[in-house]
Design a protein around this ligand. Structure first.
Ligand code: HAM
Length: 471
């Protein structure tokens, strides 16, 4: 028997295939396959919106001199254990991890930053410039409980600035790049929530203050009893994460917790002050959020998240199909500084800062607000009548494509009526009709579907005529 090892399980494909065959022989109706839970296909009707967004990301990235990087979808599991931290939600609960037949432990990347830093170190990319600005667009995978805005296959556009000086101007630049992407999607009332979580020198002092507060040393001592189970553990492992907890009892407890700002060293204080001054100068709306810590170990100093405060109109359609005003409680983007990440994964000390925008959430908000993807690409529809015209149609399409004209057709259909119906469905307003007579005379009929007006034109002039009409 042939067995393949995947995901710690031995999958017996032969047995599975046998069972499958048996059930089909019994005449059981088999349900059609569905995409995995929390993972969505991006369908043709939504693609123009996605494509606009990807294009805007590319334009913004190029304008600020970010260079594209595409890292592998699978990464060594250890990369994320070391960089995100064993107590992060992603590592604890959300990794799509498996063991290969060769024994390697791999994971579908849950985020892009550690991958980009891995590639930066592996390929010695520092020689490309200091700092090096990189951007990416692509899918990430997290084993989440799916709900609105929370998917298992999500798409991010990320901006990372690696190497060079730890200059606060770069913190402001990544915030700006993320902000501009959201602005390009016409999302209104954006607000950047920003905080600092200090550095190796000042954070231990803050951690102590926080632990003392929660453990009740020197004051009221029953907080620990009121905490959720996860927070009791976090108190030992990573007390900063207590500020991140969304359980109502824990939210109430953090109200009087000490804030990092009071424990910052002078370097961090100055760094944060400068970041705020830059974003003020850029007129980016922001709010200080002393409880923002972000759940990943690699961050230090600046951390930020971007939200929209606007509500979608009452008649907008939520993804679950509900009607009514919609608030968007989730972050549309987030990031921060990660100066220690390179060392954490075996590289040299490298200052770094970055951020990522969640494209699925952006598309969800765009849909709720009825933001359109802009003008669709115009296409001419080619209709053929008869064998000779059909034979010559492929070469004609090539000639038009060479001239930069997009051509739609249903060459497999023969009836004029059916082809006209397809043209109408596809949204083409200009139709070319190529019949037996035209094919013999090297001419073609051009017809405006909106007015019904048509004329016959020599074939060599058709590209110029279509372009004139599209203008
Ligand atoms: P993150 O906050 O985990 O940060 O994700 C960034 C954005 O991705 C979030 O603000 C959200 O919009 C979107 N996102 C996250 N999880 C999901 C999900 N399950 N479903 C849908 N969208 C989601 C990072 O990933 C960091 N690597 C960002 C960064 C870049 N930090 C420094 N450089």
């Amino acid at each position: 028997m042939r067995r393949n090892k995947l995901s710690f399980l031995e999958i017996d494909y032969e047995n599975m295939a046998k069972k499958d065959k048996k059930s089909s022989e019994k005449g059981k109706v088999r349900a059609p396959f569905q995409s995995p839970k929390g993972m969505h296909d991006i369908l043709p009707l939504d693609e123009p919106m996605w494509e606009k967004l990807r294009k805007d990301v590319r334009t913004i990235a190029e304008a600020y001199n970010f260079r594209r990087i595409d890292t592998t979808l699978l990464e060594p599991l250890d990369l994320f254990l070391r960089s995100l931290g064993a107590s992060s939600d992603i590592v604890e609960k959300q990794m799509f991890a498996f063991r290969t037949k060769g024994g390697d432990m791999l994971v579908l990347r849950p985020e892009g930053t550690a991958s980009v830093m891995r590639a930066y170190i592996q390929h010695g990319l520092s020689h490309l410039g200091q700092p090096l600005k990189l951007y990416y667009i692509g899918p990430m995978f997290r084993y989440e409980q799916p709900q609105a805005g929370r998917l298992r296959q999500l798409h991010q556009a990320g901006f990372e600035i690696l190497g060079g000086d730890e200059d606060p101007v770069y913190d402001a630049q990544v915030i700006l790049a993320c902000y501009r992407v959201l602005e390009s999607a016409k999302i209104k009332q954006l607000i950047v929530r920003v905080n600092t979580i200090g550095c190796r020198n000042c954070r231990p002092n803050y951690r102590k203050k926080l632990t003392d507060y929660y453990a009740g040393r020197g004051g009221n001592s029953n907080k620990e009893k009121l905490m959720c189970r996860d927070c009791k553990r976090r108190l030992e492992e990573n007390p900063l994460r207590l500020l991140d907890c969304k359980v109502p009892g824990c939210i109430a407890l953090k109200k009087d917790a000490p804030v990092m700002l009071d424990s910052l060293c002078s370097f961090c204080k100055n760094h944060f002050k400068n970041v705020l001054e830059y974003i003020e100068e850029l007129k980016i709306p922001y709010a200080l959020d002393h409880h923002l810590v972000r759940g990943l170990d690699y961050y230090n100093r600046t951390v930020f998240e971007i939200f929209t405060e606007s509500e979608a109109p009452a008649d907008s359609k939520a993804p679950e199909g509900k009607l009514g005003p919609q608030k968007f409680e989730y972050a549309l983007g987030g990031g921060g500084r990660f100066d220690y990440l390179a060392e954490m994964i075996g590289g040299r000390e490298t200052s770094a800062v970055g951020g990522a925008v969640g494209l699925d959430r952006v598309v969800e908000v765009m849909k709720a607000f009825g933001v359109s993807s802009g003008r669709a690409v115009e296409k001419v529809f080619l209709i053929h009548i008869g064998d000779l015209a059909k034979k010559k149609s492929l070469a004609l399409i090539e000639m038009l494509r060479h001239e930069g004209i997009n051509v739609a057709e249903t060459l497999g259909k023969e009836s004029l009526k059916a082809q006209l119906r397809s043209a109408d469905k596809g949204g083409s307003s200009v139709v070319l009709i190529f019949g037996q007579k035209e094919a013999l005379e090297d001419s073609i009929i051009i017809r405006d579907l909106r007015t019904g007006a048509q004329e016959t034109i020599p074939l060599h002039k058709i590209a110029a005529e279509v372009k004139r009409r599209f203008k």
